[in-house]
Design a protein around this ligand. Structure first.
Ligand code: NDP
Length: 265
């Protein structure tokens, strides 16, 4: 009974930005549960390597090179996945970037680039998969937010706006598509060790130790920490769970900095 709840055998998942970082961590979880995977990214060599990693887990895995901010590229990508893997049951909107600048220094082109990659792409991909999921009698959409879906940061105005927006977009799609048996949920990662945050650690003085001090689990997250939540939100186990935004953060979002300091002193 339990194993069937989380079984993804016969399902097909699209993971945008699945060629590295958190996306690859989720894709590995979905593949281990039996899903065939399409990895979407711009860097073809990286995507090919990820598809090989996933294929070695015994599922079909393909890489598709596409810019998820481009409506025509998204449409072509969805067509190719449906053609090559036969169906689309799960969409993970994970592709994301950040440009770390305060609002007074951020250029409008930089604003659009972050919003388009982190938020508009989720709209484009979700809208594009909706007909196939509806026709199949249901589906699962997983959007990736952030701690910046909850908090603001002086260095991340566009990023925080995009990640706040993704939660409201998740809720709206969950309402719109509940009758189509499509569950739409968001994951809010804490501070995870990936290329994205490696750059942040270089650029923001003291970030590494401040994250450790505020995280009850007392460590940075690993990409493997996202396998379980991805399988839950992609499987029958979450059929009555929709519109949620679930932190996967080692407790970062429930721990106040001062409390953390006084408790440890
Ligand atoms: P990475 O930089 O490792 O991964 C980002 C992925 O997005 C890459 O695979 C990249 O592939 C893809 N990508 C970026 N732009 C595009 C585009 N226009 N079209 C297609 N693919 C694109 O970062 P993370 O794994 O850390 O981030 C993954 C998600 O998790 C993001 O949404 C991020 O905001 C979120 N997140 C991360 C946190 C962390 O601590 N790491 C914390 C909170 C949220 P390619 O370069 O090939 O295009």
């Amino acid at each position: 009974m339990t194993s069937r709840l989380f079984d993804l055998g016969g399902k097909v998942a699209i993971v945008t930005g699945g060629n590295g970082g958190i996306g690859l961590g989720m894709a590995r979880g979905l593949a281990d549960a039996g899903a065939d995977i399409a990895v979407i990214g711009r860097n073809q060599a990286k995507s090919d390597a990820a598809a090989a990693d996933l294929g070695a887990r015994g599922v079909r895995a393909i890489s598709v090179t596409a810019d998820v901010t481009d409506k025509a590229a998204v449409a072509a990508m969805i067509d190719r996945v449906a053609h090559e893997l036969g169906r689309i049951d799960i969409l993970v909107n994970n592709a994301g970037i950040n440009i770390r600048k305060p609002p007074h220094s951020l250029e409008i082109e930089e604003w659009h680039s972050v919003i388009d990659t982190n938020l508009t792409s989720a709209f484009l991909c979700s809208k594009a998969v909706h007909p196939a999921m509806k026709a199949a009698g249901g589906g699962k959409i997983i959007n990736i937010g952030s701690m910046m879906s909850i908090f603001g940061a002086s260095f991340a105005p566009a990023y925080a706006a995009s990640k706040g927006g993704i939660v409201q977009f998740t809720r709206s799609c969950a309402c719109a598509w509940a009758n189509d048996n499509i569950q739409v949920n968001a994951i809010l990662p804490g501070w995870i060790d990936t290329d994205l945050t490696r750059r942040a650690r270089e650029e923001i003085d003291g970030l590494h130790t401040r994250v450790l001090a505020r995280t009850p689990a007392a460590r940075w997250g690993e990409i493997d920490d996202f396998a379980g939540i991805a399988v839950f939100l992609a499987s029958k186990a979450s059929d009555f769970t929709t519109g949620t935004a679930i932190p996967v953060d080692g407790g970062f979002s429930i721990m106040g900095r001062r409390i953390c300091r006084s408790a440890s002193s």
